[in-house]
Design a binder for this molecule. Sequence first.
Ligand code: NAD
Length: 359
Amino acid sequence: MKVLAILYNGFKAAKAEPRLLGTVENELGLRAYLESQGHEYIVTSSKEGPDSYGLTDVCSQTDILITTPFHPGYLTKELMAKAKNLKVCVTAGVGSDHVDLNAAVDRKIQVLEVSGSNVVSVAEQVMMSILLLVRNFVPAHEQAISGQWQVSDIARNAFDLEGKVVGTLGAGRIGHRVLQRLVPFNTKELLYFDYKALPEEAEKAVGARRVEDLKEFVSQCDVVTVNAPLHEGTKGLINKDLLQHFKPGAWLVNTARGAICNADDVAAAVKSGQLRGYAGDVWNVQPAPADHPWRSMRNPLGGGNGMTPHYSGTTLDAQQRYAEGTKKILQNYFENKPQDPGNVIVGVGKYESASYGQR
Ligand code: NAD
């Protein structure tokens, strides 16, 4: 079979650090395995423009496509129509919104991902992002490295997380882990908004309360963290209209998908102080252009920007897990064994995951 992987270029870092498995250079560690099984393995970073997918030619003959959310090779309906042999798309990581899932259902192309492979990595990033916003870390760090020392300029916008209301929009694998990690911080209350309730035991263990109306949910939170997949029901969900229902001066953390937020509306809310800050690692376009509004936005007191490139789910620990998980998915496929049900987003001709919207 022909297996095509779209990965990001790691350049010098990938040559020096072989554990950077999710790079073009280190090929998810799959070449020896795939070639020993008689398969052809093509790896490229090309994902944009007329040559996208290296490609259209290669893509038309590909049986199995591997992509990662960190360097999303958008598999559109049009591209899928050209990929006549394509049977399986594997996401090395979590989040398969870069594949047109409805088109995959129609064309009976399976979409599998390594569910759970980086959920701890992201939950830890969410904790870090909440703390760096609430405690006003970034301007403080900027003072430290630029030779300044003016405590009042930082402290005037720094708070404790203790006593605040924190809510997660999406309480699946990551959202639940975030709630678990928030418990020792003695928040005033933990809330969640999800069309699926947490199992009773889990809800009790974290002491979280489910709020069923989104506007009511955001209006009660000092901090909102977004942990839902990107799909028709979440695209642009956090926009000017919804932001008006947030508490004035709330903090927003989004490590789920950039396009869940309207980029201009969020930047305007940070600039006006309506949001005290926004942090995350996911962008509506990746790589983000140099003039993306989220790169330069600051609140009126000079802080409130906790953005990074998309890396929370691609720590070296996570890369090992999603590379191993990708191999396992391929082995199951080649050996005609069933896949772990949690990894199946789209099965043959139907959605198997309930996470990509209520259907
Ligand atoms: P999951 O499937 O375990 O949980 C997602 C939850 O979101 C589910 O409980 C689902 O019911 C809920 N949901 C879906 N639509 C919703 C809506 N409209 N409103 C409220 N809740 C909704 O997924 P997960 O493992 O927790 O991952 C969540 C997302 O995080 C992924 O889909 C991916 O986009 C993102 N992610 C980002 C990174 C990163 O590196 N930044 C890494 C992994 C995952």
